[in-house]
Design a protein around this ligand. Structure first.
Ligand code: BGC
Length: 798
């Protein structure tokens, strides 16, 4: 491994799925796993190509009951390239001796590379170097290059170049019983002698996807005049290109691919445009140069430099590269949300969850136009959110826990427990907090960018209608003179209801209630921010009454937060009555107990009975809000808040948390940055290593974890530099841990580009480019950084 390369030097069948995910290539529009070009889905390899919004719904009949699921569809495999040397089968790892093997991911350009030296059964030795990328410069373009060098032979070679529409969704073992066929073939065709093309249509949602591939072969003296044989079926097309190869002379195969869907802008029809585009593509080298430059520009904006820790440096860049594969400037315009597991696997069916909360902070400070685009995905689905609220008897907008194509609730009603093989009810749609999280995301986007236009045109409407939802689901308890919310779940998915109860959900989840108290106050602020005329229009269009506005004020002061013991927040009301779990016993028995819910259920037990938590829930508040925001909020509610109370709660829940979602390491590392830097850094390293090391034992091959990858970057800025925004100024409260000395990165605040650098006990903020002056505060020192200026802050005293 070097700063910019993730490399594997042997082929390990059991690791291949994970490596395919880690070495995928994508451009924020579509993304393809890093498998061997000739591989089929065979239990070792899993070719997968996915695009934002490429969803399809299918019904599976399970035990006589129809179950509807929406999936992000695996699209035709454009990678297929095979090589046949005269008299041999097509090269495969089974029929050759592998003399050397290297699989690389070039982080800087998201390029998938393999170099193999092989000896076939006739003793012929060949070096094959393969490279591919999905272009960051031209969103519809992908390119492959093979360099074949016959080391000790000359002879006739055939290269097979194919587009394969016979693919299905079967990338996740747990979903095998669910319908995985999502594509219907439409038609293959050619565009001249060099280009094959294929169109498929998703079966239910009727999205057309077209791919066109032009394959050319070059020798040392230029393009070869090759023989071409065509084979075409409705769902599969290939060309066989044959030519003479000469010992020691490299031959280059270039497959240039265009990828279009019927959801694209500025097209006539996907197939027509794919054919037209591919006809215009230049060589691989030309395309790569454009692609490389587009990435270079992104690195200038997004790189985070950690010069004193090679491992941290490598992994942070790997994470940046993967985030940009899914969320790039191409994404802003696509009506895309962020699938929790990116675009290189099928886990969670490509759905969009609350994970945005962990992803946007990195984007807000670098590429805020992408966050804006992603927030618009939510805005456009307000209709569904309003209908969902209404159907449940509420007002305003209630967003779904899992969102897909049109924003209806996509959370499955049953899920399989891989430990027991049994289908169990899934109540997680009761995680209503997602609507509060979306509110939080809109507000933080606005605070970071000052994008008033967005706030007035879209953001305010979302926030107000979300606040309306909360005011309608909350009720006043006259005995306590407090507002309460019942029937919901917090982020901790191990507790879905009270043990033995028929009713879904819990009473007064502390995380939800505090978020609601906070957002009720902010909703009032938003109303004030909106100019009179727009305010009237907005109020009229959503039907907001004076009573509701008044209720927000009340809720901001009187939401109920359950406590037990000495300043201990109860995760939800009644938490203190639950039984303590014998953690040592389960650790001894099972080793990895992250998914204690599955273990307990497989034993016939019920996680609802115990004091155990999947991931940061109540304590997440300490991560999401800086002390100067949370303390006044608690005090306004009439509750105690102190650093000591934060410490006590964090310790208490840490001892009862299995960290069954890696998001939990992010939150705990963030909170501990202040309280226990050493322990914070330990958690940080777990989060940082979690995808590359597949700590959850097989989940990363089903798609990288966007929330954790982005969370590790957010932790640098929020957790360790203590970045937050107060009264329009940018604050830092550095807590350098680990080897962060020398840390530097660019960021953007209210449209002004800044360069941040940490050295010893000094933080330098520079504004290299033209822009508005920015007010920056570090501890008690304030400075106004003018365009072209900089300021070095001393912090930390002795
Ligand atoms: C976590 C959720 C998360 C989802 C998708 C689950 O395991 O508990 O909080 O939204 O994964 O990443």
């Amino acid at each position: 491994m070097t700063d910019w390369t993730l490399a594997f030097d042997t082929f390990e069948p059991e690791q291949e799925g994970l490596r395919e995910a880690l070495t995928s290539t994508g451009n924020g529009f579509f993304c393809t796993r890093g498998g061997l070009a000739w591989a089929q889905a065979d239990g070792v390899s899993y070719p997968g190509t996915y695009t934002h919004g490429g969803f399809n719904r299918e019904t599976t009949i399970m035990a006589g009951v129809p179950v509807l699921n929406e999936d992000l569809v695996n699209l035709p495999n454009w990678l297929l390239l095979e090589m046949r040397i005269e008299g041999e089968e097509a090269l495969d790892r089974e029929n050759v001796e592998i003399l050397s093997y290297r699989h690389e991911y070039d982080i800087r350009t998201a390029t998938t590379i393999r170099v193999l030296r092989v000896r076939d059964r006739a003793g012929r030795e060949t070096t094959l170097e393969t490279r591919r990328f999905v272009s960051m410069a031209d969103m519809h373009q992908a390119a492959m290059k093979w360099t074949i060098t016959p080391e000790n032979w000359s002879g006739r070679v055939e290269v097979i170049s194919a587009l394969d529409g016979r693919v299905t969704n079967k990338g996740v073992a747990r979903y095998q019983q669910l319908e995985g066929r999502h594509l219907d073939p439409v038609s293959p065709r050619t565009f001249g002698p060099e280009t094959i093309a294929l169109v498929v249509r998703t079966r239910q949602s009727r999205i057309y996807v077209a791919e066109a591939a032009r394959t050319r072969i070059f020798g040392v003296a230029g393009q070869l005049d090759v023989g071409r044989d065509l084979y075409q079926m409705q769902d599969y097309a290939h060309q066989v290109l044959s030519f003479e190869a000469t010992r020691g002379e490299p031959v280059r195969v270039e497959k240039m691919v265009a990828f279009y869907t019927s959801r694209d802008h500025a097209i006539n029809e996907p197939l027509v445009n794919a054919g037209k585009a591919v006809g215009r593509y230049g060589t691989y080298a030309e395309a790569f140069e454009h692609h490389r430059r587009a990435w270079e520009e992104l690195w200038e904006i997004c790189d985070v430099r950690v010069p004193n820790d090679e491992r941290v440096q490598l992994l942070l860049r790997l994470h940046i590269s993967h985030i940009l594969q899914v969320c790039s400037p191409h994404t802003s315009d696509l009506d895309a949300g962020v699938p929790a597991r990116g675009l290189n696997g099928e886990a969670y069916r490509g759905h969009i969850f609350w994970d945005e909360l962990f992803i946007y902070p990195f984007l807000n400070f670098r590429l805020p136009e992408i966050t804006r685009g992603l927030l618009m995905y939510r805005y456009r689905r307000m209709g569904e959110a309003r209908a969902a609220a209404k159907e449940a008897g509420y007002q305003g907008a209630m967003f779904p826990w899992q969102s897909g194509s049109d924003g209806q609730e996509e959370t499955q009603k049953v899920h399989i427990n891989p430990k027991s093989g049994k289908w169990e009810p899934d109540l997680s749609h009761n995680q209503r907090h997602v609507s509060a999280d979306i509110f939080y995301n809109v507000w933080r986007y606005y605070e970071t960018t000052g994008d008033t236009e967005f706030l007035l045109d879209y953001g305010a409407e979302m926030m107000l209608d979300i606040a309306r939802f909360w005011a309608s689901i909350a009720h006043h308890n006259p005995v306590r003179d407090r507002y309460e919310i019942h029937g919901v779940m917090g982020p901790d998915e191990f507790h879905e209801k009270y043990a033995g109860s028929d009713e879904e959900g819990l009473r007064n989840n502390a995380y939800t209630n505090v978020m609601v108290a906070w957002l009720s106050e902010i909703a009032l602020e938003v109303l004030d921010l909106v100019p009179e005329r727009r305010r009237q229009a907005l109020r009229a269009s959503i039907g907001l009454t004076d009573e509701e506005v008044e209720k927000w004020g009340e809720m901001s002061r009187k939401m109920f937060v359950p406590f037990h013991g000495d300043g201990l927040i109860s995760q939800f009301e009644g938490y203190d009555n639950l039984e303590e779990l014998d953690w040592d016993h389960y650790r001894r028995e099972y080793g990895n107990i992250q998914r204690l819910d599955r273990i307990l259920r497989a034993e016939g037990d019920d996680p609802d009975k115990y004091k155990l938590t999947k991931q940061a829930d109540a304590v997440l508040l300490f991560f999401l809000f800086p002390e100067d925001e949370l303390k006044p909020l608690f005090e306004r509610l009439g509750y105690e808040y102190s650093t000591e109370m934060v410490r006590r709660n964090t310790e208490y829940y840490d001892q009862r948390t299995s960290h069954g979602s890696t998001l939990s390491f992010i939150a705990h590392a963030g909170i501990l940055a202040d309280l226990d830097p050493e322990s914070s850094w330990e958690r940080y390293m777990v989060a940082l290593e979690s995808d590359v090391g597949d700590v959850q034992g097989g989940t990363t091959q089903e798609g990288i974890h966007m929330g954790v990858m982005a969370g590790t970057l957010d932790l640098i800025q929020r957790g360790y530099l203590g970045t937050d925004i107060r009264d329009g100024a940018l604050h830092f409260d550095p807590k350098p841990v680990g080897n962060l000395d020398g840390l530097s990165f660019p960021m953007q605040f209210h449209g002004t580009r800044l360069q941040i650098e940490l050295k010893g006990k000094q933080l330098t903020v520079a504004a290299p480019a033209d822009g508005q002056p920015v007010d920056v505060r570090v501890g008690d020192t304030a400075a106004r950084i003018e365009s072209g200026g900089s300021h070095t802050f001393d912090f930390g005293g002795e």
